[in-house]
Design a protein around this ligand. Structure first.
Ligand SMILES: Cc1cc2nc3c(=O)[nH]c(=O)nc-3n(C[C@H](O)[C@H](O)[C@H](O)COP(=O)(O)OP(=O)(O)OC[C@H]3O[C@@H](n4cnc5c(N)ncnc54)[C@H](O)[C@@H]3O)c2cc1C
Length: 423
């Protein structure tokens, strides 16, 4: 049985960034996860604080500057536990990981939000964005052409442009829908990932540019769904800009997210490069807590449960959406690995707001584990349950990312808080 300094459970943004930092600090780290988490679904940008108050429709332009007001308004939000300094450290550390150990390029700072177009033509305020998405910054103004593909469902340039134009944001948007060239022509069910792979072929790109000839002249910027290559994204972007003679930008699509996949692959490679060991596709099913410490966890393998031991454990299994918190029809809510107490309500009638898209969030999304300032789980008397167990990201009580658009910032801030203690 191998013994590790740290076992991290969960490969979402919280688990991956914690694991990267600990491996880079020379710890022997194992990361075990059933899958890739919300990264593969979300925008690929890093949202720290998008709206304050959380119910406001006015986007925040300075996330760190507005954080104190957000903390005062949402005392139960876990940002209050990690504190502003760790939010800032989280952003800086993410930046260092991306720029020192991946081929990705992100832009932004803690005191400025990008205002980017979303796939619905709304304004997405976000703190750090990859070059291709940041190129869509709305405050730059000018004329933009938004291009879609007839074969790609759920990306409607006319909807995006109409909504952008109606908001008087200073940009003038127009739309165009073209046919996807071979090998995707007439394939009416293509996904963003298939398009991203096709864009890595130069003949595909050339034909896309040919379809836009005559249309793109009067525009300053050309926007595409976020499908401009996966592994060769930087080359794809540069080649399109060269052929079109314009700035090219991407707009996040509905899942699966290609920029999210690029980030997942980048963080994974960075972790492996730092000497970490990664198991994706296995589930941790049980953890044993003895005398105030986790002594062992059990991971499913093809034919048996395999015990794993470490000095420290990080639980980054996500909230309700990640599988870290489970529910059933009887109103039970539980944490499935360690059986940690979950802050929740057993009356299912209180789980949801009346409005599906309530910008105050859904009560059920806030169910999670209560922690202390070290991010150890605590019981109802605030007594730590296991001193070598740390809870990261969306598993923590109150971590509903829709409240102010804070999910990524919290993942990074908890990663920074935990790394300081373990490393
Ligand atoms: C569709 C969607 C859109 C989102 N959009 C935004 C947004 O616009 N802005 C924003 O701020 N946030 C957004 N979020 C939330 C944000 O992405 C997350 O809050 C943030 O990335 C932190 O995630 P996490 O790492 O804590 O958990 P997750 O990303 O959920 O990762 C949990 C990980 O744990 C693994 N896991 C779970 N159970 C086990 C187990 N028993 N054994 C092993 N592994 C396990 C899962 O496979 C997964 O890898 C969105 C989330 C979703 C689902």
């Amino acid at each position: 049985m191998s013994r590790y300094d740290v076992v991290v459970i969960g490969a979402g943004l919280a688990g991956l960034t914690t694991a990267c930092q600990l491996a880079q600090a020379q710890k022997k780290v194992l990361l075990v996860s059933t899958g890739g988490g919300a990264l593969l679904l979300a925008s690929g940008c890093i949202d720290v604080l998008g709206f304050q108050p959380a119910t406001s429709k006015q986007p925040v332009t300075d996330p760190l500057g507005k954080l104190d007001a957000f903390l005062a308004e949402a005392p139960d939000h876990p940002y209050n536990i990690v504190g502003k300094a760790n939010v800032q450290t989280g952003i800086e550390t993410f930046w260092e990981i991306i720029h020192n150990s991946t081929a990705l390029e992100y832009w932004g700072a803690a005191d400025k939000n990008w205002l980017l177009p979303s796939a619905a033509g709304a304004v997405h305020p976000t703190c750090l964005a990859p070059t291709s998405l940041a190129n869509g910054e709305l405050t730059k103004g000018g004329k933009m052409l938004i291009v879609g593909f007839r074969e790609l469902r759920d990306f409607y340039p006319a909807l995006i442009t109409q909504n952008l134009n109606e908001q008087d944001l200073g940009v003038e948007a127009a739309s165009s829908v073209i046919n996807a060239p071979e090998p995707l022509a007439k394939n009416m069910n293509i996904t963003p990932l298939e398009l991203a792979k096709a864009f890595e072929r130069s003949d595909f790109r050339r034909k896309v540019v040919q379809s836009l000839q005559g249309q793109s002249k009067q525009f300053n910027r050309i926007g595409f769904p976020a499908v401009l290559g996966l592994k060769q994204h930087a080359e794809v972007l540069a080649d399109l800009e060269r052929m079109l003679g314009k700035t090219v930008f991407e707009i996040s699509t509905l899942p699966p997210s290609v920029p999210g996949r690029r980030l997942f692959e980048g963080l994974k490679a960075s972790f492996l490069q730092a000497g970490g060991r990664l198991i994706i596709g296995s589930k941790v099913v049980e953890g044993l807590i003895e005398n105030g410490r986790v002594s062992q966890i059990q991971m499913e393998t093809a034919n048996r449960l395999r015990p794993l031991t470490a000095e420290n454990y990080v639980l980054a299994t996500g909230g309700i959406y990640g599988g870290g918190i489970q529910t059933d029809l009887d109103g039970q809510v539980w944490e499935p690995i360690f059986g940690l107490p979950v802050e929740s309500d057993s009356n299912r009638h209180t789980w949801f707001s009346e409005r599906f898209l309530s910008n105050a969030g859904q009560p059920v999304s806030q169910y999670g584990i209560q922690v202390n300032e070290k991010l150890n789980p605590v019981d109802s008397n605030k007594t730590p349950i296991a001193e070598n167990l740390f809870i990261a990201g969306a598993t923590i009580a109150g971590a509903d990312w829709t409240r102010g658009r804070t999910g990524d910032g919290l993942a990074l801030a908890t990663a920074a808080t935990i790394t300081k203690q373990i490393a």
